[in-house]
Write a protein that binds this ligand. Structure first.
Ligand code: NAP
Length: 337
């Protein structure tokens, strides 16, 4: 069986191979490959994947392209193919004066990956903008359209994350023309307080890019997959106990529960820069694990487990990975590797 290198298709740049790799550029081509008995994995930008070993199956690399924009009196409607780059879409809209996506600038990955983990940043989530998601069921080859409610969006969660047998082909977004920038979060709040007039969508996008570029390593120069862990949501009673013990701990309301900043917890333990083999906790943003150049999957796994164990021992808080663990046959789990 030939081995297809995936080192350019995972932003951790791990030296991993797959048995078979096909670039999908049309739905007809996708359907011609289905159904199959082989393990199948859908890959977009590879910016949220940790391959723990070589993949013994078929990788479908989503490169479906095309964007169409329509409008009525109140809204813009964007029909976007899933293989388009998310950040390019955000910037192209902001440059055309189509507002609403700007807070989600510089989130890596494809448009098709956006609904899977319901990407969100600085108070805006994909779910807020989504009208529907189109997908092919890999088991039945049937095309399906899911409205926003059917997508079961939650914090970094969706139907497509809990049921991995969908190949997302496109999304439809609705962006109201009556737009107000969302500037409630830290850096955006401080920045906008000093402005005389309301910033444009493009100005907000550029500010978000500046904040992210300052804090986060560019995967093109320091391989990484962005936030490695999700920000934990815990019950309010437990949060109060932690707040009494650590008054500086950032806490945010999340419905009746409380959201903590995973990066803060890791930072408090002095783990910035901590490394195992070629894998390290990033020096500026503790939530990001990086490949210093020669990391093996085992190095990354050991580092992630160490960080998680330290946070558990010191704060009694369980960190769940945001990154997907992929073993030889598909989605796995930090507790299984
Ligand atoms: P940050 O701004 O230091 O925030 C850390 C945590 O505090 C996040 O859980 C964030 O909530 C929460 N938070 C901060 N200010 C808040 C406020 N005013 N109200 C409510 N919650 C607040 O986080 P960061 O790591 O530098 O990331 C910046 C932004 O990018 C965050 O919004 C983060 O969620 C987002 N991000 C998203 C992804 C993704 O979609 N996969 C990956 C990386 C980062 P939220 O998580 O609800 O924003």
């Amino acid at each position: 069986m030939p081995r297809q290198p995936l080192n350019q298709l995972n932003t951790f740049k791990l030296a991993i191979n797959a048995s078979e790799l096909v670039t999908i550029s049309s739905i007809e081509q996708l359907l011609s490959l289905l159904p199959t008995d082989e393990p199948v994995l859908v890959l977009g930008g590879g910016s949220n994947m940790l391959f723990t070993q070589d993949y013994a199956g078929l990788i479908l690399h989503n490169r479906l392209t095309g964007i169409s924009i329509t409008e009525d009196q109140d809204n813009y409607y964007l029909e976007v193919a899933a293989g388009e780059n998310w950040h390019d879409l955000v910037m192209s809209c902001a440059e055309q004066g189509i507002a609403g996506l700007e807070n989600l600038a510089l989130i890596p990955g494809t448009v098709g990956a956006a609904p899977v983990q319901n990407i969100g940043a600085y108070g805006v989530e994909f779910a807020d903008l989504c009208q529907h998601v189109q997908a092919i069921d890999l088991r039945t080859c049937m095309a399906r359209t899911f409205n926003a409610e059917q997508c079961q969006f939650a914090y970094r969660e969706s139907l497509f994350k809990s049921q991995r047998h969908y190949f997302i082909t496109g999304v439809r977004l609705k962006l109201p023309k009556a737009w107000q920038p969302m500037l409630a979060y830290g850096e955006l709040k401080t920045w906008s307080a000093d402005l005389d007039i309301m910033p444009s969508s493009l100005e907000v996008a550029q500010k978000v890019m500046g904040v992210r570029q300052h804090k986060l390593p560019d995967p093109a120069s320091i391989p990484n997959v962005g936030s490695f862990f999700k920000n934990p949501i815990i019950d309010a009673q437990r949060a109060k106990i932690l707040k009494d013990k650590y008054p500086a701990m950032p806490q945010y309301a999340a419905g009746v529960e409380t959201k903590l900043a995973a990066g803060w917890l890791i930072d408090q333990l002095g783990l910035k820069g901590y490394c195992i083999g070629g894998a390290a906790v990033h020096e500026r943003q503790a939530l990001v694990l990086v490949n210093q150049g020669s990391a093996s999957p085992t190095d990354v796994i050991r580092l992630a487990k160490y960080v998680r164990a330290q946070v558990w021992q010191n704060f009694g808080v369980n960190l769940e990975p945001e990154v997907n663990f992929i073993d030889a046959t598909g989605y796995s789990d930090i507790d299984k590797v």
